[in-house]
Each structure stands twice: as C-alpha cells, then as structure tokens.
Design a binder for this molecule. Structure first.
Ligand code: I3P
Length: 109
C-alpha cells in the first residue's frame, strides 16, 4: 500500500514527548512494505535507492498499533500510530477512506 501521509511526531522512543521544534506536520509519500512503513520525501521509484533521510524516517510497524486519533480534532482523517518502542505518530490521510485503509493494513502486519 502507498499514498500521501502527513506526519506529526508526538512521542519519541520510550514514550518521551517529542520536544517543540520537532512537532511540526510534514508531508511524505508513504509506502508500506513488509513490516516497515517508509515515509519518503518523494514518490517511490522502483529503480532508485532510498536516501539516508528516507531510511531514517522509516518506521518498524511490527507490534505497532494504529487507531483513529479520536483525541485529536485539529485535523481530519488522522490516525495514531504507536510503535513497539513506544513512539507515537499522528498520520493524516487525504480522506476518511484512506485513513481506515491505513489503519487496517498497519494492524494486519
Ligand atoms: C509545533 C507545530 C505543530 C503543533 C505543535 C507545535 O511546533 O506548530 O503544528 O501541533 O503543537 O509544538 P514546532 O514545529 O516548532 O515543533 P498542532 O498542529 O497539533 O497544533 P503541540 O506542541 O501542542 O503539539
């Protein structure tokens, strides 16, 4: 699965609140492959290697949990992703349908 996702980092590893200055929203081209959610700067190109930054932004979603971000109302179609190392991301999808689809696919892994 792939598509546009806009990310806000809410908690870093071990659940520590992401400090101000790193809490902004950022748009990515997301690709879910195996147990990894790649958050890439640009659209996926089959013959191009991922950049250092793209690799750094990749999220392991094994034992992660995706839910609708019910407690966040500033934006629409936002899901909350909790990883196994207790990071928390808010991810905004372009539509309700897309958000539901991401939640379903992430939780399937
Ligand atoms: C954050 C940025 C986010 C905002 C966040 C700010 O600043 O303005 O958009 O979240 O508020 O800290 P920075 O880019 O300097 O990290 P919202 O869009 O959800 O308001 P927060 O600290 O209350 O999460």
């Amino acid at each position: 699965k792939h598509g546009i996702l806009t990310r806000k980092s809410h908690a870093d590893m071990d659940g520590k609140r992401t400090p101000r200055g790193r809490r902004g929203w950022k748009k990515f081209y997301a690709v879910l492959k195996g147990m990894i959610l790649y958050l890439q700067k640009d659209e996926y190109k089959p013959d191009k290697d991922l950049s250092e930054v793209d690799l750094k932004n990749a999220v392991r979603i094994h034992h992660a949990l995706a839910t609708r971000a019910c407690d966040y109302s500033k934006r629409q179609n936002v899901l909350k992703l909790k990883t196994s190392d207790w990071r928390v991301f808010l991810l905004q999808a372009p539509s309700e349908e897309e958000m539901m689809s991401w939640i379903f696919r992430i939780n399937l892994v």
